[in-house]
Design a protein around this ligand. Structure first.
Ligand code: SF4
Length: 124
């Protein structure tokens, strides 16, 4: 009789140990997955910068990003015939020539030629 109680106790201990090992393994695998997602998102971000230099905000501080936000900058103008490319405050990048990207005199960072903001000034 006492042997049966002892066996049950050992059985329960084994079950607890197996459960702890299983749960530990789950935490380990889930943390590996989240690190992989982080690496993947950084790779995608880097690829986007390479593909479109207008999305590269390296070296642009939060204050400058806030300025463009307050001016209502958008990467795609919804106002006919009014876009950064024909704005008086736009400075086009010359290298590489194929890139439709430049700068604005009002804030730092890249600007899409087809972008727009509230301060648009027609070129004279
Ligand atoms: S002022 Fe506005 S519309 Fe003109 S270049 Fe700058 S962001 Fe574009």
């Amino acid at each position: 009789m006492s042997f049966n109680n002892y066996s049950r106790r050992i059985f329960l201990q084994n079950c607890m140990e197996c459960s702890a090992t299983f749960i530990g393994g789950l935490f380990l695998f889930s943390s590996c997955g989240s690190q992989q997602k982080e690496v993947d998102s950084k790779k995608e971000e880097t690829a986007a910068k390479v593909a479109d230099p207008c999305n590269d905000f390296t070296g642009v501080n939060a204050e400058e990003l806030e300025k463009r936000k307050k001016l209502g900058y958008t990467g795609k103008s919804e106002v006919a015939n009014k876009s950064c490319g024909n704005c008086g405050l736009y400075i086009a990048f010359t290298e590489p020539a194929a890139v439709q990207c430049g700068k604005c005199l009002l804030f730092k960072g890249p600007v899409h030629a087809e972008g727009h903001c509230l301060q648009y000034v027609a070129k004279t």
